[in-house]
Design a protein around this ligand. Sequence first.
Ligand code: SAM
Length: 252
Amino acid sequence: MWHGEYRDPRLVEVYDAERLLGWEDDFFLRILADRMAPRVLDLGCGTGRLAIAMAEAGHEVTAVDPAGPVLDVARRKPGAARVRWIQGSFEGLSPQSFDAAFMTGHVCQHMVTDEEWSGALHALRDALVADGRLIFDSLDPAARPWREWTRDGTERPIVLTDGSVVQAWTEAGPAGADDVVPVVHHYHFDDGLELTSTAALRFRDEAQLRASLRAAGFRVDQVYGGWGREPPGLGGDGELIVIAIAEPRILP
Ligand SMILES: C[S@@+](CC[C@H](N)C(=O)[O-])C[C@H]1O[C@@H](n2cnc3c(N)ncnc32)[C@H](O)[C@@H]1O
């Protein structure tokens, strides 16, 4: 099943059980608090953990995701009524309607082709006010992290709200052209049900991210390699966490 964690209600429950508020969310909330940003977009919001936390911090949050089943779970959470939930992606965003935009949890890696990624960045630039910030994370391909995505390296139990346990692991195929990595997630439920979910993730290096941002009208403010604001490279968390600023439009 393609992207089952976002599209099959049984796997959305498993996915959500693993997505507890963590240090990544603290990081993003601190970045958000660094500068005035009343209107916030969370693109690829998933089951809405961060969107709700940002709304609780006083921001006017619009949370967008193409997958209906994750939004169904998000809408039922405490605090969800403070967030405007929209099923869709970057195509329908209104111009200059946000002061900050987030894509967290490696959403950008689901935008596999150059066309989709460039389309997303241009739409986000249009949706932000001048000097608005785009903040996102992407796994750094430098250390080839997918090589560790084996059954031995990733198998873990996930406890659901009813107390049942799902045994889960991930396997990744070799990287193809442009560092597109095929991924298979396996889930074995207590009652004998076995489900798999497939995806493809695009890994872009720092130079590719910088070039694509520049082409879409952004200036890169910071790139961190970890949640402690370490520089990219060894010693961080294997992330490329980007803060980019929407350049003012030059009128003809
Ligand atoms: C790993 S989840 C991240 C969810 C959330 N942002 C978080 O930090 O936990 C990836 C999300 O990206 C969404 N997604 C995939 N392709 C997308 C696209 N083209 N535009 C917007 N969201 C997308 C998926 O539906 C899924 O909810």
